[in-house]
Design a protein around this ligand. Structure first.
Ligand SMILES: [Zn+2]
Length: 353
């Protein structure tokens, strides 16, 4: 009721990329690892060894995209298959990649049905020319989600178009329409006849209109997701310059934080693999998947365009997925080699102007 009768005010419009991000996220609902409620045994027993990764290649100064284009592979979440399947394929072509690491998942075993790379695996990747990038501390959604039902001052329940912010409790959540903001503690999420909702610890105390209101994490939670994750990886001895947003959920709000601490974001705009050579902005990077949710034909078509225009392609995959095999990664690298497209890390691509 009333959910589309309200016009969107400027507040939601500043989130133009946010809306795109949300749309991409919906298309991607099951593509990323769902956050389980169980995330207590942090750090998986690994400790702070390994600070000998000083020899990472740091790109020096602005560079041009090569005439035949360049490709960045950005793998998600840090599953052991990045090491067992992606690394051998990339080594066969002497091609680097970038992998987004969730710091609390490092070294976990049998977590969400999978094993996750430990510090020694990450060090081997770096030795092979790979880049480690931050994918938050616990796979937090760092963007905003639009509230799609009106809420009154007495309500303790909000209905955002995605309820990912409800996965973590008791975490503080902000509800804001740009002119007023209320922060409450998350008490879980569920679904009723109106749709999926997030429950809060106390009534909002203010009313908010659907279509003009969003849920988002307040500053201290954003700091933890975006800055603390970077610091934890740096404390393990890794050079961290770039960020991969969980659930492909990134918008103007996330950008405010990311811009201060990183040189680029792998998936600021989900939904295309091609970044035009004259338009590339490392904080507006377009990325899309190259094995899951697509076909070899579509990928080869994009590679033709990238080579033809001298564009930057940014492609991703979840190597724990059954269809993301060493063979499929290898053949993609063959298509790239056939077109004489360079393979670079995201850090290197951030130097392209
Ligand atoms: Zn992820």
């Amino acid at each position: 009721m009333g959910r589309s009768s309200h016009s969107r005010r400027g507040f939601l419009h500043i989130g133009a990329i946010g809306i795109g991000g949300i749309a991409g996220c919906i298309g991607n609902t099951n593509s990323d690892t769902d956050q389980s409620q169980d995330y207590n045994d942090t750090d998986g027993g690994t400790s702070s060894e390994g600070s000998e990764s000083e020899d990472e290649s740091k790109a020096t100064g602005p560079q041009e995209i090569p005439d035949n284009g360049a490709i960045v592979f950005v793998y998600d979440d840090g599953p052991i298959e990045d090491y067992t399947q992606a690394l051998p394929a990339h080594q066969a072509f002497d091609a680097p990649a970038t992998t987004g690491i969730v710091t609390e998942w490092i070294g976990r075993e049998d977590f969400q049905g999978n094993d996750w790379m430990d510090i020694s695996h990450l060090e081997e990747l770096v030795d092979a020319g790979w880049e480690i990038c931050s994918h938050t501390v616990d796979h937090t959604a760092v963007g905003t989600f639009e509230v799609v039902e009106d809420v009154t001052a007495a309500d303790t329940r909000v209905y955002p178009d995605e309820i990912r912010h409800g996965y973590w409790e008791p975490r503080r959540l902000e509800i804001t329409d740009g002119s007023q903001a209320v922060t409450r503690t998350v008490r879980g999420w569920d679904e009723d006849h109106k749709g999926r909702y997030i429950d809060l610890d106390e009534p909002l105390g203010k009313s908010f209109a659907a279509g003009e209101t969003v849920t988002r994490y307040p500053e201290e939670e954003m700091w933890k997701a975006i800055v603390e994750s970077k610091q934890k990886l740096e404390n393990l001895g890794f050079q961290i310059d770039t960020f991969l947003a969980p659930y492909d959920n990134f918008d103007e709000y996330s950008l405010e934080f990311a811009k201060k601490h990183y040189e680029g974001v792998a998936n600021a705009n989900h939904g295309s693999r091609i970044n035009e050579p004259d338009e590339f902005d490392p904080f507006q990077t377009k990325r899309d998947y190259f094995i899951e949710f697509t076909t070899p034909e579509a990928v080869k078509e994009d590679l033709d365009i990238i080579a033809d225009k001298g564009a930057l392609g940014v492609i991703g995959a979840h190597t724990f997925k059954d269809e993301v095999t060493e063979e499929r990664i290898y053949e993609t690298l063959e298509w790239i080699e056939d077109r004489e497209i360079d393979v670079v890390t995201l850090r290197e691509a951030c130097q392209y102007q």
